[in-house]
Ligand binder design. Sequence first.
Ligand SMILES: [Zn+2]
Length: 413
Amino acid sequence: MPLDPKRTVAELKELRSLTGDENGAQRVAWTDTWLRAREWFAKKLAELSVEHHYDAAGNNWATLAGESKKSLILGGHLDSVPNGGWLDGALNVLAALEVLRRFASEFNGRPPVTIRLVDWADEEGARFGRSLLGSSAFAGTHSISADRVRTDRNGIKMEDVLRRCGVEMDRFADAGKERQNAAAYLELHIEQGPVLEQLGLPLAVVLGTKGVERHGITFHGQEAHSGSTPMNARRDALAAAAKLALEIRNIARKHPDAVCTMGSLKTFPGIVTAVVGRCEATLDQRDLDARILARMFQEAQDASRRFAEEEKCTVEWSRIWNIEPVPFHPALLELCEQAVREVSGKSHRMPSGPLHDAAEVSRAGIPAVMMFVQSLGGISHNRIEDTREEHLEMSVVALDRLASKTVDWILPT
Ligand SMILES: [Zn+2]
């Protein structure tokens, strides 16, 4: 079976009609629709002579044994957000399937190295707020005690939901066994942003996933009557927060790929007749360079204190979450660059703002790289998420080329 990128597009459409509705993809992890998607996928795998099993964290593995035990892993995720897009995660899995088919036929079922496909469990974290669940179990970066008590919006415990799908959280760490002999990891993904469309490029090499600093910032002023309090006597917590909301744009703009977002702002008492006495904001800062990220974090803190002082307020910070930047493997970046050039003529290197399973794999010390394919309108996690079919097909060809190059790279090492 030679590589057939058109089949990937057809299978993506098949999956869409099986697991989507008029609002988009409904493959939220641990739901019946997700299980249906996995069943459908298992039937596709059954047509190939590959070993197939679910690991202790619910990740789905298909293995085509090669001459060498060293394995090349191709990954993606069939789960989606509610009302999600048809490509996010699913393209990766189905393109990987096509590459697996090609290896199986080209080498008479026995490629030079072992080729593995993984469909990660619960990449999105849509139901329990815990992203990269399966891949973190694989990587050994998982913290079970913090996660087992998570509940969904109906108060149903994560532990119970997973058990219903045959996954015992106590055994999560066993998924780490799958790391054995892993020599490299590749992941194709839609960009989910507008950059490649703006540049007029179908494909890009992903340099790594950006580190994230995520904090809560509370400004304290003084609640006061909106009619009786003169302007010069106010301690307006919102004024200080508003200055910071504008300043973070300057902080981010000093660096080409940095982003800073104030995504939430709450005022108290939050009524039309009172000066804001307390203002709670959130800040999300991202960059691929750890030093830049640290500098931006420091600058935001300094600015918040300056604005608090100007407005006769005080400010406190509390960390919500953070993760370090994860740069991908230099040798694989080079191979990815070659593959992208061969297929589309031009290449572009860019960091990923969103996190992906590849970051967890890389944190486990396994050489990893990702490839992006253009997203139309930069929209994702939505039913209008889309990519031109010719670009989808190019991405399958490019992933296939990258896989071959990576096999050659694994062999002598
Ligand atoms: Zn994804």
